[in-house]
Design a protein around this ligand. Structure first.
Ligand code: PHE
Length: 535
């Protein structure tokens, strides 16, 4: 099995920082396609083959089902209990928070949180409206969708990219937002023009035969909507000020095509490689009614009686013939005894729990560092972004500290809706965290008004902000795992020697995705079951 190259979060980092060459990846890939170099269709496998356990594994071999205590009721912990449950394992989940799901958290009216700074908020969103404070989009290749299918969780399209959403780079001198489609037309247009002209001047004579150069220029004319003289002069791809309609109304094109220099200076091209990412390309999906339909369905399948909420782990002891886990619940100290333990808590929290699992485990846990991310849900009394801007879902990209603004991919044409007013990371997320919820709202709204106008303020009904680094019992949005999950220092976590094993997205190549949690849980389940069946 060839290992994918671990890029230490490069794809996420480049996405987060939004740096990159203007239109580079897109133009390059399309060029390869035109030249017949792009990969042909392949049946991609979702992951390494996984064999689900079955009840007969125990009944046919006369073994007793082992007792397993699972630490953490996030996706990895729930998936572990769910899969072990298929063979009849006696599982108990200890979850410190008052609900399962971990970072998979959907906020609805009435939901309350208190962050580590002591800010308490209660969401006031109207019935049927919600924000996914954690995971919010699922690519088609991730096994998260397999679990949705298996658990009967209905899904709908999540719009990750929208030609009608905006780009706003204030630091580049933009005074008003620009539609994605306009920015793309200009960037692809000029990149095509420049490459076509360079080709015709012989700049690629060493790289390409004359015939291939002709093919390339032919492709670029189409890709960049170039005229016969190979110049980009704008066109309908940029958009209209009056759209085409009935006879007599041919439409009025957006005027003022900027120069190549102005387009490069605007920095709009930095956002376009995002949609080429293996994990961010459309189509993307979301569960109907909120991402937490996934943990809710898992919780039902496992059985609520197996899950102890409000149960914070305080000590883990591998006794050699079993595992003893001490936890506090409602101010009282309690104990669970089991044959095995799967620790599916965040590494930064686990690192603070006393245990006897060895210094290798402890230093591995301490090497993993927590990262910040945050979202604010802004509830509006009208869907003005649909009514006034014709934007139905998708993301507006900014160089402001709000970073991304998400339009809801559900409830179209309804009376109201919840916009994500910021989805930001690192220092931006932390600086908003230090404000009161009312101040966070104020600052986010001020940024949005610059892009969308006054309704961003006047139509606002309520808001709710969530900061993962400041969330009790989690204290991270995701994690940085230096060296990648297969680095030697994580061996005691990936190939545990005792009775305690580990699971979580942070032990996968898709950290910050539920797929990572699910696939890591499957790996832990397979290893545990193999051990039990060969004991
Ligand atoms: N899965 C999260 C998201 O889609 C975090 C992430 C972003 C992970 C970008 C990888 C790349 O927003």
């Amino acid at each position: 099995m060839t290992q994918p190259q671990y890029r230490s979060g490069t794809s996420r980092r480049s996405f987060l920082r939004n740096v990159g060459l203007t239109g580079g990846a897109g133009a390059m890939f399309a060029t390869m396609g035109a030249l017949g170099l792009a990969p042909t269709a392949q049946a991609a496998q979702r992951e390494q083959p996984f064999r689900a356990l079955s009840a007969s594994d125990f009944t046919l071999t006369g073994r007793a089902a082992a007792r397993v205590v699972i630490l953490g009721g996030g996706i990895a912990g729930l998936a572990t209990a769910y899969e072990l449950g298929k063979a009849g394992y006696d599982c108990t989940i200890l979850e410190a928070r008052d609900r399962t799901g971990g970072r998979n958290f959907t906020v609805r009216g009435g939901d309350s949180t208190t962050d580590l700074y002591g800010n308490t908020q209660t969401a006031r969103f109207a019935d049927g409206h919600y924000m996914n404070a954690g995971p919010a989009r699922i690519p088609q290749w991730m096994i998260t969708l397999d679990y949705c299918r298996e658990l009967g969780v209905p899904i709908q399209v999540f719009t990750n990219v929208n030609a009608d959403a905006y780009i706003y780079n204030e630091s580049a001198g933009m005074t008003k937002p620009e539609r994605y489609r306009t920015a793309k037309a200009d960037v692809y247009g000029y990149v095509s023009e420049l490459l076509a002209k360079a080709t015709n001047k012989g700049a690629l004579d060493k790289e390409l035969t004359a015939t291939d150069q002709e093919r390339l220029v032919e492709f670029l004319k189409d890709w960049g909507e170039l005229g016969d003289t190979l110049t980009y002069e704008g066109g309908e791809r940029r958009g209209y000020t009056t759209v085409p309609a009935a006879a007599g109304t041919p439409g009025v094109l957006l005027g003022d095509v900027p120069t190549a220099s102005a387009v490069l200076a605007s920095g709009v091209g930095r956002y376009f490689s995002f949609e080429f990412g293996f994990d961010q390309a459309m189509l993307m999906f979301q569960p109907v009614g909120g991402m937490d339909q996934i943990p809710k369905a898992l919780t039902r399948a496992i059985g609520a009686h197996r899950i102890r909420t409000g149960a914070a782990v305080s000590k883990i002891t591998d006794t050699g013939h079993g595992v003893t886990v001490t936890y506090t619940q409602g101010g009282r100290t309690k104990v669970v005894e089991a044959d095995y333990c799967v620790a599916a808590m965040p590494p930064n929290i686990l690192a603070k729990v006393p245990h006897n699992l060895g210094s290798g485990v402890q230093s591995a846990l301490e090497a993993v560092t927590p990262s910040s991310a945050a979202k604010i849900g802004l509830e509006y009394g009208s869907r003005w972004w649909e009514l006034d801007h014709n934007i139905y879902g998708g993301i507006t990209e900014t160089d402001q500290d709000v970073t991304h603004i998400w339009h809801p991919s559900y409830g179209f044409h309804g009376e109201r809706g919840v916009l994500i007013g910021y989805y930001n990371y690192d220092d931006d997320a932390d600086s908003y965290a230090k404000l009161t919820p009312a101040q966070r709202e104020q600052r986010a709204v001020a940024a949005g008004v610059k892009i969308y106008g006054d309704k961003y303020r006047t139509e606002l009904v309520s808001s709710f902000s969530h900061h993962w680094r400041q969330t009790p019992h989690l204290e991270a949005a995701w994690h940085d795992t230096p060296g990648g999950p297969d680095d030697a220092r994580y061996k005691p976590l990936n190939e545990p020697t005792g009775r305690v094993s580990f699971a979580g997205d942070w032990l996968s190549y898709t950290d910050a995705w539920q797929h990572g949690a699910f696939s890591s849980a499957r790996k832990a389940v397979t290893a545990l079951h193999t051990r039990v069946m060969t004991a």
